[in-house]
Design a protein around this ligand. Sequence first.
Ligand code: HSE
Length: 318
Amino acid sequence: MTRNVRIGLLGCGNVGGGLVTLLGERREQIRERHGIDLEISSVLVRNGEKKRRGVDPEIITTRAADVFASDPDIVVELIGGVEDAARFVGAAIDSRRSVVTANKALLAAQGSEVFARAKRHGVRVGFEASVCGGVPVIRTLRVGLAGDCVESLTGILNGTCNYILTLMEEGQSFEDALAKAQELGFAEAEPSLDVDGHDALQKLTILSAIAFGGVPAGEVQLSGIRGVTLRDVRRALREGRVIRHVASSRIDDGVLRLSVRLELLAAGDPLAAVRYENNALVVRARAAGELTFLGRGAGALPTASAVLADIIDIAQAA
Ligand code: HSE
């Protein structure tokens, strides 16, 4: 028997558009494989005049209230930012609807409140898409390593910074590389979140809360990639090394230390081989040892893949 599951979509930008495309391609197969028919009931957009490929104009609205009035089973929040997103996510949870979000800024700032609220109301919050785009690192840490003890996390968590550093290795300027990352939909609406390291720190905060939950917070080191010049990149390459923007966390003296900064890596380092918008995460766990995850960390379809996986997971469990 097939069950209809209605999705209220808040935001139809880069990732929201990717979700519409992916769902259009996969809906039939999901119906056959999982017995659920995923239907978008309403879509909140900023500009109601703009045509959206694959979306029935009848379900497009500029009022969030219309999305809630369309009686969705799951609310998917893809508008980004903190304030409006927090209000909509809160409203969805209070109306006993599970939420799927890609919003790392919201979860890094208010994750514990959001999860506590969801628990009180007996609903779920899926957030796989908030870290590492299409690479399922959150599920891996929460489920796959639930029986282990994570000792450290080290990774490349911002696709835009890695894309810029890779293009600089190919001789392009910082400005041109950033413009390309924006054109390809990797960068945040406010790209200083990427290049100054805030986005990577938000993602590291989310991963660390799962891996080391409850450990008191210690020192946080944060720097971005703005100061890197073509000369720096070339000098590193001549010396057989590469510059990467590396995020890491570990427990030291009983406190959690987070760091997001530039590092000069030897060519043989697993993170040195991570290029373009790819992300990577190296997890060191006491029993499982060292695990490495690698894949597309930014972009419409990889991120939509993680959003859709959460939707299917929540819809199946309902
Ligand atoms: N701006 C982010 C990045 C998008 O470049 O990694 C994916 O979270």
